[in-house]
Ligand binder design. Structure first.
Ligand code: PHE
Ligand code: ZN
Length: 895
């Protein structure tokens, strides 16, 4: 892909099919760090050996922004050369010791990859290719070595010195310095290396696992944050027990550490025995964190812990296999959170939330310029492929395997996978093969090659279904046709294996038994149909009247389902379906249908929702058998992003106006219900973040939002006043923030004083100040006020573009999460976006490239947005010194 543009050489694409085994193995690594923010010295002693099964060649070590001082081969000065960033050594013996001495400058490392300083503490981030910013190395995941690490630093400034594995020695050094020596008992790829050094304190807990072994668990934070570590610790303990119980996977280390930093590009990182976390996914107490924060912490702590097996013990052969660890581990953290739920309703709520993420973030990715298979074929910058496709769609692929082999069968498959591949760097094929081989009589085993198209073909399949009822024969036939639109580089797609969980309802909502043509017995409810052909049909017998099909229960496959339901059928599903997911889905379909009609109409949007829908929502709110959390999901309208995905041409202002009109309608038409809901749910007693009481807070928060919105329409001042009082009196952040958000989103005059008070109370709580910024930058636009507000927020003394959480709280909340305010007819939002991408790119390319993804769907926009958005992307692409990260994103957007 060597193209010339403006006389510049384009970065090279790395291709999956070019994989070759490394010419050398590194068996042991002995690292000594003299930590200094301005100049850290790294002595790297390795034992290397030729890989007899490779094509051979010189030793090529990766490096990035290193100062090289010395290279010794078996203790002797060696001749070497530099080829771009690689250190190349020829004429080596088959096995030797290599010593490399380099320095680097952590305090200037704003990319937050490699060794960096955050609030006077050293941290590392090595996935995917950060280790090469610490020392020269074979920085690829299939090179697994045993690490010994010695850290030396000033004792007063850096009292805590941590690395992977076990602490084997520590002590004093001259001049007020000290050292700590760590040995990791497990071989690992370089991306799992970590060190931390600074002033930190730890919450500690000792646990004895089922295997009878004792372990020390530690959560390290800054001194003032110890009172916010209980939930993370509890989540870790639950994770350890769950992996042992559900998959028989025990904790394999004497000591397991989590460390929090406020400067982090991502959520968290699974370094062996030393997980490093964004503070956002560790710190919580009821005064500072919302229920959503508590839930996220539980799943991220779980996610990183589960990587210990699915990622660390068995890792990826190359970065194209990223979903091997990420898809599987997301699946595992989703299952973990579901298994912690008390009942089926709470499980369904979790499933709906996960599917919502998939459909609002992954489906657009799969339909846009960055579409890529779960196992990509090429990339320019691997950091750009930490995507919702690799993570969330990857998890859906694993989930479909579980559906095809059953829960027990899947557990057997996991056991076989770890038995076969423990200690290895493997591929997605190895994983799928193990699950299939443990279930030889399953559909998965029979269909494996075709099933694996989920790994190789990008794009979201569409599944069109039609039903026909034959009254004379008392049969019902469902016909399915699947298709998948072209994606970049993949014009034609072959049929997927699609597991469709199906139920049939009678018109009165009763569940019907399912008996297929030719079968002697019926299944009571829900069965899995396995689609493999472009077009296929299934006939069910003994059906007395035309049924209502409940298709894709639990969202059994990541596809778009088209079925021409009548409104009456959808109302039947909404009121009766046994499957809570499809109950929710029926409500979403009804709302979406009304939204799309109103968007297409030329008149101003009023009375978008019909009486039947409003009535059904009233029933839901009044239903004593439904949980609050589920009601809150049903009453949440499809997002503007999701609505946009259903349209060929997108006018973001029109979508925003229609959705706002729908919200006002729900607010006013159900005013009495919202009052009742609030009265019944707002007191949740002593705070605990469990799903049941969290659901009550979510629903009462929604009620306040609608009551303030209705007040804005009627001029009523009672509810805004009550909301302000609620804001002041709240005993936890969830209630407080919901009240604040109700005032801000309704645009009420009281919002200003509430915002000021909120800032004053929490000025020393960085994560809460992030919420304060984000709420304002994400608030509904009134007359174009948000962009000037965002610019003003960037001048606030608390704003810093260098801190990723803070940059995200203002810039991303506006550009990527507030379409109604961002897509301005005057294009000022796009100009702002391009300025910020360029500004961030010079500081932190990974963060910049994420922001650059914000205009992925530009080509769907209506004019004048479309041309203006394109112009903004062109403006970014034209910059001379753009990072590979951002270049890849904008070039694909324009391709
Ligand atoms: N591997 C991390 C996870 O998913 C994510 C991550 C990727 C973090 C790259 C930092 C850098 O758990
Ligand atoms: Zn992960």
């Amino acid at each position: 892909m060597l193209q010339l543009r403006d006389g510049q050489e384009q970065p090279l694409a790395i291709r999956r099919e070019d994989y070759v085994a490394p010419a050398w193995w590194i068996d042991t690594v002995d690292l000594t760090f003299d930590l200094d923010p301005a100049k850290t010295r790294v002595l790297n002693r390795m034992r290397l050996r030729r890989n007899p099964d490779s094509v051979g060649g010189p030793l090529r070590l990766d490096g990035d922004e290193l100062n090289l001082a010395r290279v010794l081969v078996d203790g002797q000065g060696a001749s070497f050369r530099m080829e771009a960033d690689q250190l190349v050594i020829d004429n080596l013996p088959d096995s030797f010791e290599l010593e490399i001495f380099t320095t680097c400058c952590p305090v200037k490392n704003t990319k937050l990859m490699g060794l960096f300083v955050s609030e006077n503490t050293f941290f590392t981030q090595c996935e995917a290719e950060g280790f090469r910013r610490i020392t020269y190395f074979l920085d690829r995941p299939d090179v697994m070595a045993s690490y010994t690490v010695t850290l030396r630093a000033d004792k007063a400034a850096y009292p805590v010195l941590l690395s992977n594995g076990n602490l084997v020695d520590s002590g004093e050094l001259p001049e007020g310095r000290h050292f700590a020596k760590w040995v990791d008992p497990f071989r690992k790829p370089s991306y799992l290396f970590a060190l931390v050094a600074g002033k930190l304190v730890a919450r500690e807990q000792r646990i004895t696992t089922r295997a009878g072994k004792e372990h020390l668990l530690q959560v390290y934070v800054r001194a003032g944050d110890l009172d916010k570590t209980e939930h993370a610790m509890n989540s870790l303990v639950h994770s350890i027990l769950w992996d042992e119980t559900r998959f028989g996977l025990p904790l394999d280390l004497d000591r397991f550490m989590i460390v929090a930093t406020s400067d982090f590009n991502m959520g968290a990182m699974e370094n062996k025995g030393l997980n490093i976390f964004n503070t956002k996914y560790v710190l919580a107490n009821q005064a500072t964190a919302t229920d959503a924060d508590y839930g996220n912490i539980e799943s991220v702590v779980g996610h990183e812990y589960f990587h210990n097996w699915s990622g660390d013990r068995v890792t990826c052969r190359d970065w194209f296999q990223l979903s091997l660890k990420e898809g599987l581990t997301v699946f595992r953290d989703q299952e973990f959170s579901m298994d912690l739920c008390a009942d089926a309703s709470a499980r369904a709520v979790k499933r709906i939330e996960d599917v919502r993420v998939l459909r609002t973030a992954q489906f657009p990715e799969d339909a846009g310029p960055m579409a890529h298979p779960v196992r990509p074929d090429s990339y320019i910058e691997i950091s750009n492929f930490y995507t919702v496709t690799i993570y969330e769609k990857g998890a859906e692929v694993v989930r479909m395997m579980q559906t095809l082999v059953g829960r027990k069968g899947f557990e057997h498959g996991m056991s076989l996978y770890f038995k076969r591949h423990d200690g290895q760097a493997v591929t997605c094929d190895d994983f799928a093969q193990a699950i299939a081989d443990a279930n030889l009589d399953s559909e998965l085993s029979r269909l494996l090659p075709q099933f694996k198209r989920w790994y190789s073909q990008a794009g979201t399949p569409r599944l069109a279904a039609t039903g026909s009822y034959d009254a004379d024969a008392r049969t019902y036939t469902l016909r399915f046709t699947q298709s998948c639109a072209p994606t970049p580089g993949q014009p034609l797609k072959l049929p997927f294996v699609i597991p469709v969980n199906l139920g049939l309802l009678a018109q009165d909502g009763r569940e019907l038994p399912l008996q297929r043509d030719g079968e002697s017995e019926a299944t009571l409810h829900t069965r899995t149909l396995v689609l493999t052909e472009a077009s296929q049909q299934f006939t069910f017998v003994g059906i007395d009247a035309e049924p209502v099909p409940s298709i894709l229960r639990g969202f059994s496959a990541p596809v778009v389902l088209d079925f021409d339901y009548t409104d009456t059928q959808l109302l039947t599903l909404l009121a009766n379906d046994l499957d809570p997911f499809n109950r929710w889905e029926a409500g979403q379909r009804l709302a979406l249908r009304s939204a799309i009609q109103a968007i297409a109409a030329s008149s101003a949007p009023t009375a978008v929702l019909d009486d039947a829908y409003i009535g059904a929502m009233r029933e839901v709110l009044r239903d004593p058998k439904l949980d609050a959390a589920f009601k809150e999901l049903v009453l949440t309208l499809p997002s503007e992003t999701y609505i946009a995905e259903q349209l060929d041409v997108v006018d973001p202002q029109r979508i925003h106006a229609v959705r706002e009109a729908m919200r006002v309608q729900l607010a006013t038409a159900l005013f009495v219900e919202w009052e009742q809901v609030y009265e019944q749910h707002h007191d949740t007693g002593a705070y605990t973040p469990d799903p049941l009481s969290a659901g009550r807070r979510a629903l009462s928060g929604m009620a306040l939002t609608f009551l303030c919105l209705a007040a804005g329409e009627s001029g009523d001042t009672v509810w805004p006043g009550k909301t302000l009082q609620r804001f002041k009196d709240a005993g936890n952040m969830t209630d407080r923030f919901n009240a604040l958000s109700a005032l801000v989103s309704s645009g009420h005059a009281l919002a200003a004083q509430a915002l000021a008070r909120f800032h004053a109370i929490f000025k020393n709580e960085a994560l809460v100040i992030d919420k304060w910024f984000s709420l304002q930058a994400g608030s509904p636009d009134r007359g174009g006020h948000v962009l000037p507000l965002v610019k003003q927020l960037m001048k606030h003394p608390d704003f810093s573009v260098k801190n990723p959480n803070r940059a995200r709280s203002v810039i991303f909340s506006y550009c990527s999460a507030n379409p109604g305010a961002f897509h301005r007819p005057d294009a000022a939002g796009y100009v702002f976006w391009s300025d910020r991408v360029i500004e961030l790119d010079a500081i932190n390319p990974q963060v910049a490239a994420r922001l650059a993804r914000g205009l992925d769907r530009w080509s769907k926009l209506a004019e004048p947005y479309r041309s203006a958005a394109r112009e903004a992307i062109v403006r970014v692409a034209a910059r001379p010194d753009l990072s590979k990260d951002t270049q890849e994103v904008v070039q694909r957007a324009l391709a």
